[in-house]
Design a protein around this ligand. Structure first.
Ligand SMILES: O=P(O)(O)OP(=O)(O)OP(=O)(O)OC[C@H]1O[C@@H](n2cnc3c(O)ncnc32)[C@H](O)[C@@H]1O
Ligand SMILES: [Mg+2]
Length: 266
């Protein structure tokens, strides 16, 4: 369906995706265009319930207009602590028009809200078990939360147990290995690709997924979408700290594309 010297049209307006496909197809001598290069293609409503449904919908809608094979990508982020959200709604998680910064902000807000709910539920449980407030619980709380000057003030009104805690010799900080950053939930990026031929309505579908974790704080400036919040423990970097080639080598999109190319013998 596609070969070296060809021009392949992507049914996308997401320039981040186009960049990644250009890097991958460039090696095969295939040029890539997207919907910024073609006039007269209306916005396509993504009404499917799965990534594959939406990819087919986009590929078919565009291919039927231009009369040439078209590749579409539908992808997103599925966060375990949010029961798989934002999923197929990833692009418009914070509402429309789609906005990466607003989506990232909303994701962090939802996850932090969830974390603070479970922390306060846990604190209540600890309180009930230890007959809170109680001196031991207060002493623990001082050790956990107070800064040095508060500790001195509060310790005066508590018993010796607190003073013992105070008097423990400070440990010399050892040369620490690079610490894993604070993570909020396991998650995965998922991608479905559909290559659709309007000549006979035939199409190929390929999928890819990559596991990671959501960072409490964004890192890196490359990539697009949720990349700055997606931590890869195996690399010790966020997805937005990888080069284009590094991302394509491991990403959901890169995997799906390699599967699709295999299907067409490339
Ligand atoms: O539909 P098109 O025009 O292709 O562009 P889109 O951005 O709306 O694309 P999707 O409908 O497939 O939604 C994908 C969203 O999922 C997120 N996403 C997908 N792949 C990603 C990646 O590699 N890195 C970061 N975020 C990604 C990002 O928020 C995307 O906007
Ligand atoms: Mg979309």
């Amino acid at each position: 369906m596609i070969g070296s010297g060809d021009v392949l049209l992507l049914a996308t307006r997401n320039s981040g995706k186009t960049k990644e496909f250009r890097e991958a197809f460039g090696k095969l001598g295939i040029a890539v265009k997207d919907l910024h290069d073609v006039e007269g293609i209306p916005d396509i409503e993504e009404t499917g319930h799965t990534f594959a449904d939406n990819a087919l919908l986009k590929a078919k809608a565009v291919a039927d207009i231009v009369g040439l094979p078209v590749l579409a990508d539908d992808s997103g982020l599925c966060v375990d602590a949010l029961d798989g959200a934002p999923g197929v709604y990833s692009a418009r998680y914070a509402g429309e028009p789609a906005n990466d910064a607003a989506n990232n902000e909303k994701l962090l807000l939802e996850l932090k809200r969830l974390a603070s709910h479970s922390e306060s539920a846990e604190a209540e449980l600890v309180g009930e078990r230890s007959g809170a407030p109680g001196k031991e619980r207060l002493a623990e709380s001082v050790e956990e939360h107070a800064n040095e000057s508060m500790k001195v003030l509060l310790a005066e009104s508590l018993n010796e147990q607190v003073e013992e805690v105070e008097q423990e010799p400070e440990q010399e900080p050892e040369q620490e290995p690079e610490q894993e950053p604070e993570l909020l939930s396991s998650a995965r990026f998922v991608c479905s690709l559909v290559l659709y031929d309007p000549a006979d309505g035939s199409h190929l579908t390929a999928e890819g997924a990559i596991e990671g974790n959501i960072l409490r704080e964004a890192r890196g400036t490359d990539g697009f979408g949720y990349d700055p919040l997606f931590w890869l423990s195996s690399h010790g970097r966020s997805m937005a700290e990888l080069s284009l080639a590094e991302k394509n080598a491991i990403s959901h999109r890169g995997q799906a594309l390699r599967r699709l190319l295999e299907m067409i013998g490339k």
